[in-house]
Design a binder for this molecule. Structure first.
Ligand code: GDD
Ligand code: MG
Length: 356
């Protein structure tokens, strides 16, 4: 049975003011159903992993909301971190705890901020990735790129290993725009979907080589995780752990050693990172508008086209004569911006931080 891990951290700054550090994007229904991103992620893992083998790693300020949204998940499977130390610490903690309890287990890590249109195809792909992990590979899922996105990792694919599994000869995290363009034009690269499947002992051995102090800290915490010494160990060690993403910490280096594999995943994958993307993946009205959440009564649009409207404060959002805009209404902040500036919403969050 696969041990499934959902790292749920980060604040989703490009989805401000809906996503806040106190109420981050994975707690919101952003995929057009009543389920939040976290609930949808968990639901798609159900055919692969039992509840007692499913873990969420999240920050102390979100643990209560996570437990409320996932009432069937055993509370001890919510691994709570005192502060965010990026994805390698979060995923590595789960790996170390799982390895301590079930040595040599196969685990998969699945981001909490993705939309998957075809959950059955997703399950098939993950099963193939499990087969790769059992051969000792650090497995990824590869998505056919549609544009030179700089916010993703890229996988240079090599020879077929077995079944649908290919070798990854280079893992490059977040290349610059020029490099990303060359990768996409070459036709030899896939996007890294942000899903990883590996044997916990294989991953931890690689972590030990590439990030020895992070590995040591995580092992020490995991060794006492199921004892009364957990809080003291977390309190002492967590703030000392290297803050780095698993992509830079482990995957780039591992790919140079020929131990990374990928299964191409054609299951309608989208990273829900900004409001423009929300507008491209969700069903639109005849006018091309996407209205997220709220009720019809909360929106009044006349001659508005191809826009993304997010009501949510209870008051009416009314607009006339607009095209390609984003309007997000929350009780304490309203966002208005053109769709082609959706990436720049994070600049507002930076400004707000500067204001203190
Ligand atoms: N618990 C916890 N704590 N989770 C975290 C933390 C943290 O400090 N930091 C990040 N995460 C979680 C996020 O919630 C997400 O589920 C996952 O780890 C990946 O982190 P992101 O911050 O969203 O990474 P990214 O989007 O920049 O890049 C990753 O995903 C891309 C695809 O969406 C990389 O794996 C890229 O290579 C990949 O293309
Ligand atoms: Mg992400």
């Amino acid at each position: 049975m696969l041990h499934a891990v959902i790292p749920a951290g980060g604040s989703g700054t490009r989805l401000w003011p809906l996503s806040r550090s106190s109420n981050p994007k994975f707690l919101h229904p952003l995929t057009g159903t009543a389920q939040t991103m976290l609930q949808a992620t968990m639901a798609r893992l159900a055919p692969l992993s039992g509840l007692s083998e499913t873990f969420v790693v999240t920050g102390v300020s979100h643990a209560v909301a996570v437990a409320r949204q996932l009432p069937d998940l055993p509370e001890s499977n919510i691994l709570v971190e005192p502060s965010p130390r990026d994805s390698c610490a979060a995923i590595g903690l789960a790996a170390a705890v799982i390895e301590h309890r079930s040595p040599g287990a196969v685990m998969g890590s699945f981001s909490a901020d993705h939309l998957v249109r075809d959950p059955a195809a997703f399950v098939t792909v993950v099963r193939e990735a499990v087969a790769g992990a059992e051969r000792g590979l650090l497995m990824t899922v590869g998505i056919t790129p549609t544009h030179p996105e700089t916010g993703y990792g890229y996988l240079h694919t090599g020879d077929l290993v077995a079944g649908g599994i290919r070798e990854v000869t280079e893992f490059k995290e977040k290349p610059n725009a020029e490099v990303a363009r060359a990768y996409v034009e070459s036709g030899n690269y896939l996007w890294n979907a942000g899903m990883f499947v590996w044997k916990t002992d294989v991953f931890l051995a690689e972590l030990a080589e590439q990030q020895p102090s992070l590995h040591e800290g995580l092992r020490a915490i995991a060794a006492v995780w199921d004892t009364d010494d957990r809080d003291a160990a977390i309190g002492d060690l967590w703030p000392t752990l290297t803050k780095i993403s698993v992509d830079y910490a482990v995957m780039e280096g591992a790919s140079a050693k020929g131990i990374v594999g990928t299964v191409p995943g054609d299951f309608g994958w989208h990273d829900i990172g900004d409001f423009h993307t929300v507008g491209t993946v969700l069903p639109a009205t005849d006018e091309g508008n996407v209205i997220l959440g709220g009720s019809k009564d909360e929106v009044l649009l006349v001659d508005v086209h191809d826009s993304v409207i997010v009501p949510g404060s209870g008051r009416l959002v009314a607009a006339v004569g607009l095209r390609d805009v984003i309007i997000v209404d929350t009780p304490d902040a309203v966002l208005v911006c053109p769709r082609d500036r959706a990436q720049d919403v994070k600049k507002l969050v930076d400004e707000l931080k500067d204001r203190g």
